[in-house]
Write a protein of this length. Sequence first.
Length: 331
Amino acid sequence: MNNRRYNMMFKKMAAITLTAAMCAGGAIPALASSDDSETEETTDTEDEDTVVVEENDEPYLALGEDLSSSQKSTVLELMGIDEDDLDDYNVSYVSNEEEYEYLSSYIDSSKIGSNALSSVVVMEGEDGDGINVTTKNISYCTEGMYQNALATAGIEDADVIVVGPTSISGTAALVGIFKAYEAMTGEEIDEDSVDTAVNEMVITGELEDSASDSDVDSDTVEGLIAYVKQEVASGDLDSEEDIEASIDEACEKFDVTLTDDEKQQIIDLMEKINELDLDPDQLSSAVSDIMDNISDLLGEDALSELSSSEAKNIFTKIFSSISDFFSNLFS
């Protein structure tokens, strides 16, 4: 059995067992390094949840079109792919023009830059494993930001590695993930879903930047967004007032303070997400790590305070994951 997936399932089971027992528009002010502005290369620490290219995987790559030869070699090495074997893989390229096409409505041009360097590798995940993301040399976008945005775009089970040749922001990599995922599945991602996913990533990034001034970490912000999004997808919020009330409730639960402008940004985003008609069960499964973090963040009374639809989704996830775990363990 694949060791990485075994370790991921084991860790997820620990979180699920604990759960069963207790149940960011505009430019990004902190986005100082775009794909044009590189800093010293960073080293990411690998753990049991790190996505790696295994021998039997079929990777789909989307490489930044403006990578130099040496940068391309660095990126492929960080992906765990032998450059001599590159012809054996499905490879596409992301241009700077494509970055502007997807990102310019939400990110200032000075942040997008004039070079496409962010690169990704996408592999088909096991059914029910959700979206698993590992980043290397990505200085701004967190793994949780990618997971949340990809789930909004309708992506389900996928293993993703996002790589920069040196430390860069990683916003442009979202374009590459979409391209690689479409190549892998043969299905085009809906334009409204892509637009909403980009919008969500930018807003989350802005909120994380703002929250960091008050010592609120990225997991908390990502959990808050996922929490409200789950309620929207469950059909419990029928109006702007309902969404605002849910945001206020989430702020209290997660101990986060938002300005009126930040709340309005989230309201506008959630109204767009509401129009996508997302499946709440699929959404919960896709970002299971974030949903597990929500239980950890909210504490022992989390389950009793959730709406009935949320509780149903969490219990469905618990029993499905337990079943999948033991099924895979003995297969």
